[in-house]
Design a binder for this molecule. Structure first.
Ligand code: DLL
Length: 432
């Protein structure tokens, strides 16, 4: 089922007209109601009247993460606080968190884009949806929750953690749709195996996994362990939360809900648009959001856009799964490598579990890389010679595929710390 056929399957030239009209309105609202934007546009020499079609978007300046911090807490809001009915906060690693607000219309829009997301993965009103994203300031739990209700599914507001109970409810309530981070999905599978619960007997059908980067190889691991189709869903708090883009059952790129969130890909160094189909930094403009009419927001996420029609019938452009973030890239002795590339290589080695930790030690003169990898139960109890052979295999694969020499440490099953929400895969050690 396509939730909003009118917009999701709109002819592309017609969609561009809609986008153009909506952009004009968003720019006007930003200029008139947000002093930050008025100043920025004036400095840039652009007025709302300069925006006549969606192509004019390039005339506008970018918005950055720091702009949220500098206008903390409510400086980017285009409406008075009395019209804001919800706040969410995304915690950064340093400084003030990012605050986002929603009007009633924004919450309706959000529920709609999540309902579309769920429908993309085959969800309908007949489904039972277990939401195991964290509830609270994080947008995952409540965001997916209200979209599930809008779709008419039976929503279980389970939140993250308490994995035994997750499994009990999944079994007793006949959960068909599961929403959580991909790493938490693996934890559920792990717990089921430990408890001797046969997941194959469950009614699970689709998993809506996102909020952290994961790879095609990780998808295979998850689909082997859980009896479901693992769908990649994408979003970020600044834009709305989850519900910005979603894979359909073709599992071949994520449909961007671009009648609301207009995507661009730019070269992160020059800020210029890349050639069609090329990779670069994703930039989003919120065409319809009332509380924060976000203009050309630089996400730092790396992806590319595909304009080809999808067999599912949706005409929206598809973004490729996010392969990393511009600020995630590790530079090890001059070689650039993204954590997802390391994951891809690891997951192809037999005997390796989908649990690992990348440690970058910057305490010496040169950054050193160590990768801790969990191995499966059977292998760990094997003789030392076999473990050593596995260690060497991983080392060689890393060297030949990624040109990095990493110290590989094999560790016992279940020894790497599990996160309830977003997994922490990289640890940077610096001199204090
Ligand atoms: O993670 C929103 C979300 C919740 C998305 C639930 C999907 C599911 P933030 O906490 O603001 O919002 O983090 C946003 O997470 O810029 C990406 O770097 C990363 N991210 C989100 N989804 C994906 C994905 C939520 N499917 C940041 N693949 C984004 C890779 C993702 N990275």
């Amino acid at each position: 089922m396509i939730y909003s056929e009118r917009f999701e399957c709109m002819k592309r030239d017609e969609l561009r007209l809609v986008q153009g009209e909506r952009l004009k309105d968003a720019v006007r609202r930003a200029y008139e109601n947000v002093p930050f934007y008025r100043k920025k546009f004036d400095e840039h020499g652009v007025k709302p009247s300069h925006i006549q079609s969606i192509d004019d978007i390039r005339k506008l300046p970018f918005t950055m993460k720091d702009d949220f911090r500098e206008t903390y807490p409510f400086g980017l809001f285009a409406v008075p606080l009395r019209d804001i009915i919800r706040l969410h906060v995304s915690s950064g690693t340093t400084g003030k968190p990012t605050v986002v607000g929603y009007t009633r219309e924004d919450l309706d829009l959000w529920a709609e884009t999540i309902a579309r997301t769920l429908a993309c993965g085959g969800g309908t009103a007949d489904d039972v949806l277990q939401v195991a994203y964290g509830y609270g300031l994080f947008t995952g739990g409540l965001g997916v929750h209200y979209g599930g209700e809008k779709l008419g599914a039976t929503v279980i507001p389970m939140s993250g953690g308490n994995t035994k109970k997750q499994l009990m409810l999944m079994q007793d309530f006949g959960t068909t749709l599961l929403a959580c981070t991909p790493s938490y999905a693996l934890q559920i599978a792990e717990e089921a195996a430990a408890e001797g619960i046969d997941l194959k007997k469950m009614k699970l059908r689709t998993g809506y996994f996102g909020a952290e980067s994961w790879t095609e190889a990780m998808r295979k691991q998850i689909e082997q362990r859980l009896p479901l189709k693992a769908i990649d869903i994408y979003g970020l708090s600044e834009v709305i939360g989850p519900g910005v883009a979603s894979e359909c059952l073709e599992q071949d790129g994520l449909h961007v809900f671009e009648d609301h969130f207009y995507p661009e890909i730019i070269n992160p160094e020059t800020g210029e648009p890349v050639e069609p189909g090329q990779k670069g930094e994703l930039v989003f403009t919120c065409l319809t959001k009332r509380a924060i009419p976000l203009i050309r927001y630089r996400t730092r996420d790396i992806s590319c856009l595909n304009e080809q029609a999808c067999p599912c019938g949706r005409t929206s452009r598809r973004m490729e799964r996010v392969s990393g973030r511009t600020d995630d890239m590790l530079i090890i002795r001059g070689v650039n490598v993204f954590p997802t590339q390391i994951e891809e290589v690891l997951m192809k080695v037999e005997g390796v579990e989908p649990q690992y930790l990348i440690i970058v030690d910057k305490t010496g003169t040169l950054a050193e890389l160590e990768i801790k990898v969990e191995v499966s139960e059977g292998i760990f109890s094997d003789e030392v010679k076999k473990l050593e052979a596995l260690r060497k295999r991983i080392f060689d694969e890393m060297r030949s595929m990624l040109s990095i020499s990493a110290k590989i440490t094999l560790v016992e099953p279940k020894s790497i710390e599990r996160a309830l929400g977003k997994a922490k895969r990289v640890e940077i050690r610096t001199v204090k």
